[in-house]
Each structure stands twice: as C-alpha cells, then as structure tokens.
Ligand binder design. Structure first.
Ligand SMILES: NC(=O)c1ccc[n+]([C@@H]2O[C@H](COP(=O)([O-])OP(=O)(O)OC[C@H]3O[C@@H](n4cnc5c(N)ncnc54)[C@H](O)[C@@H]3O)[C@@H](O)[C@H]2O)c1
Length: 442
C-alpha cells in the first residue's frame, strides 16, 4: 500500500518508518528543508532509540523515502496521514490547527482517485468534520474520506509502542475507508493489537480523554507525595500499595516534579477549552492543570530550600533536562521552570543531559553551563538535583559524587535513590514524598 506521511516529527517519522517496516511504501514529507536534507543524508533529526537502524533498513529496502513537496507522494497514495504539530494556541490554550488545515488544503489540491486522509495529529473533537469542509471547498470533485487515527506512542519507546500498541483507534463510518485502514493495520493483527473502530468524534475524544486521565493519575500521586511529606509517609509505598489494586494499576504512579512534554500540557488545556465551549466543563482536568503548574513552580523553591548557602553565588548541578528519559524533547520540561527559577535567584546552573542538551540550549537561559557527564556536572556544586531519571544516573558512584561536590546535598526529584544510600554516606537528602526517609520497603 502507498502511504504519504505529512509531518516528519516524533510521530510522523516513527509511524511512517514503522509502516514501511510492515511492508508498505511510505514517503515522509516535511516543510522543514533542513530536516529532509538530514534524513536524505541518513541522519536522524530526533533522538529515539532504535529509529536510526529502522530508517536505514527501510530506506535501503526502497520502502521509505523523504520529500519536501507532497505532490507526487499524495497523488500515488491510498492513505495520507496528517502528523503535523498541534501546539497550544497562544492566549487561549486551544489547539492551534493552522498546520493541520494547511496540510488538508494542500492534500485536497493534488489527491487523485479515492484517498483516505487520516489525522494522526492530536486534534479536538469535530476537526474531522472541519477538514471535510476545507477539502470540499478546496477541491469539490476530490474523492476523499477523512478518518481519525490518534497516536498513542510514547517518546523513548515509540517503536515498540507503535508495533505493539495497547490498541489502535480508528474513527470512521465510511465503509471504503474502513477497509483501507483495516488493510493498512493488518500487519499488527499478528501482534494481537486490538483495533477499535469508532465514529470519528469518539475517536478524537478518546485521545484527549486518555492523555487527560494519565495527567490526572500523575497529578494525583504528586499530591499524595506532598501529603506524605507533611504527615509522614512514603509515596513510593503508597503508589505500590494502591497500584497493586487491578482497578487502579501501577503505571503512571511515580511522583515527580510535575508532568511536561509535548502532549499532556497542551492536550489538557485543549480539552478544557473544548469542554468549556461545549458548556460541559471538565473540572477535574482544570484542577489537574493548575496543580501541575503550581508544582513545577514549587520545585525550584524545593531546591533553594535544600541549599546551605545563599542562592546568589551558589552553584547547582542539574542532572537531566528532557521531560523524560530516552528522548531529546524539551517541550514543557519541568527542568525549564526549575532552571529558570534558580537563575532568577542568582544561582549558577551547571547541567548535563545524555541527549537533550542541543534542544535545551534553545530554551534554557544562556548562562547555563553545559557539561560532558554527571560527575563533571557535579564538580564544585553546592547541590545536585536529579530532574530526569535517565538510566545513566541510576547507579552513580556516590562516593565519587560526594568527592566532587562542594557540598554533599542531593535533591532527587525522581526518587531514583533509596534515601538511606545517600544519608548513610553523609549526604543531605531531599526526595519527593519521603516523609519517612528510611522505611522497611527500601
Ligand atoms: N510527540 C509525541 O509523543 C506524540 C504522541 C502522540 C501524539 N502526538 C501528536 O502528534 C502530532 C505531531 O507531534 P510531533 O511531536 O511529531 O510534532 P513535531 O513538532 O515533532 O513534528 C511536526 C512536523 O510537522 C511539520 N509540518 C508542519 N506543517 C507541515 C506541512 N504543512 N507540511 C509538511 N510538514 C509540516 C513540521 O515541520 C514538523 O517537522 C501532534 O498533534 C501531537 O500532539 C505526539
């Protein structure tokens, strides 16, 4: 099957490559000329484990190519995906659909024969209907069906998630489109992935409801962490104790500095706006977004409180900058708030991230000093803060760390170290939701 993928970012590049690995012929298209040039040179513009190999193999097999112009690929394609960005619109939090609308117009003008246009971008309920109007206006004769097929992959585990998804959601009531989508995803049936066909609005809503629910789960455990700190309790044990209940589940119950990333912050806001306008506000999610913003702001204060010296003139080493491990994505990372609030108080920030420093330079204050590794980062610092739980930070030589730090103070915002490991070596320790730093479960 011929597939065109419009937008070659985290979602477009991974899903396009995985479709080609299933045997389809895929052209990934992007307006960003630099990105396509790099891909054509065999370079991968994002960090995603395993993606470089998969791209290379499928390019070599002649099933995957890249272009800046969509005309040829869309003409030939039976399925055209829209996987462009849908960031928050400045000012009101709505999803900015200008890239999606522009892509739909361009597709309409060149599509030939029956073409299924699929929104893989996360788009508010009703967008599919709007796209039908846009396409009809741009090309009244075009034979196009608009389908919703939201993407649930997680950066850092994107290939595995795409190939072995918990489910595939396809929103369409058009029988021809359903047949095409079923054929496209047939290779996944070997992996026993449930394919859920729904009406289009429902499919669009499923994506927002999923992300909002996950954001709520994280925020719930973060509030439990705060409570543990006040009343005495260990949030990791609380999480385990509730997570073993099958109705709750153990995933997304890791207390931390607040959720960030390219999806949860913008998708919760967009859902709130949709719901408010529909006269059916999602008050739980309104609270979740407020609690999360407050939390991210509070994390800088937590670090400042841990310092034994005045902030002005102090040095803080920040380990981990990306919003989660195994990605270079800095979008809405809690590190941005933390670093900014430290710099605002006159702190010198040293930082290290295994993959995110290139992106971090674009969004962090220019005074941040980037270092080449965890120990180099800690060198001479009055405090070490772990912001992202990269594997590389999980087994640091604590004695070496202590010897390079100016003051042995650690703020572990991901609870990757048992407090006792640090306290027994003479570190001053602050974690998340550790009202009892040494409990029997450690
Ligand atoms: N990143 C994730 O983990 C993830 C997961 C699930 C869903 N999503 C959703 O998928 C969508 C894409 O997200 P992303 O993280 O891949 O975005 P991204 O910003 O990494 O990539 C989007 C790409 O689209 C390109 N683009 C924009 N308009 C174009 C046009 N008219 N023609 C060709 N290219 C165009 C941009 O140049 C950019 O390279 C968003 O709606 C997002 O919410 C993202």
């Amino acid at each position: 099957m011929r597939v065109a993928m419009i937008g070659t970012g985290y979602v477009g590049l991974v899903s396009g490559t995985c479709f080609s690995d299933f045997g389809h012929h895929v052209t990934c298209i992007d307006k960003d000329v630099g990105k396509i040039e790099r891909l054509n040179r065999g370079e991968i513009p994002i960090y995603e484990p395993g993606l470089d190999d998969l791209v290379r193999r499928n390019v070599e097999a002649g099933r995957l190519d890249f272009a800046t112009d969509l005309t040829q690929a869309v003409k030939e394609a039976e399925v055209v995906f829209i996987a462009v960005g849908t960031p928050s619109r400045r000012g009101d939090g709505h999803a900015d659909l200008s890239y999606v609308h522009a892509a739909a117009r361009e597709i309409a003008q060149v599509a030939e024969g029956f073409t299924v246009v699929v929104t893989k971008s996360t788009v508010p309920v009703g967008t599919g209907t709007d796209l039908e109007h846009i396409i009809r206006e741009a090309a009244p004769e075009a034979d196009i069906a608009v389908v919703s097929n939201p993407e649930f992959l997680r950066e850092g585990a994107a290939i595995e998630d795409f190939k072995r998804p918990d489910r595939v959601v396809i929103g369409t009531t058009d029988p021809r489109a359903r047949e095409v989508m079923a054929a496209l995803y047939r290779p996944l049936s070997l992996n026993a992935a449930p394919i859920l066909f729904t009406e289009r609005n429902t499919s669009e809503l499923i994506k927002y409801a999923s992300n909002a629910f996950l954001a709520m789960k994280i925020t719930f455990i973060n509030e439990m962490a705060d409570l543990c700190e006040k009343v005495g309790g260990n949030v990791q044990e609380v999480a385990r104790g509730i997570g073993l209940d099958g109705r709750i589940g153990s995933k997304f119950l890791h207390a931390g500095p607040g959720y960030g990333g390219s999806c949860f912050p913008k998708d919760t806001l967009a859902l709130m706006r949709t719901a408010q306008e529909a006269g059916s506000p999602v008050r739980l999610i309104e609270t979740v977004t407020t609690v999360n913003e407050t939390r991210k702001a509070a994390m800088g204060r937590k670090v400042l409180e841990a310092l034994d010296v005045p902030p002005r003139g102090a040095t803080v080493a920040v380990l981990g900058l990306t919003f989660k491990p195994n990605t270079d994505d800095m979008r809405d990372s809690p590190a941005i708030n933390i670093v900014q609030s430290l710099v605002d108080r006159g702190v010198t920030v040293r930082a290290y991230d295994p993959e995110g420093m290139h992106e971090a330079r674009k969004v962090l204050p220019p005074s941040v000093i980037y270092t080449s590794g965890a120990y180099e980062c800690a060198e001479g610092a009055d405090c070490l803060v772990i912001v992202t739980e990269w594997d590389a930070f999980r087994a640091l030589d604590l004695d070496r760390l202590k010897s390079v730090l100016k003051s042995p103070t650690v703020v572990d915002l991901r609870n990757i170290y048992p407090p006792v490991d640090l306290i027994s070596r003479g570190f001053k320790y602050t974690g998340i939701g550790r009202g009892h730093p040494s409990s029997p479960g450690e």
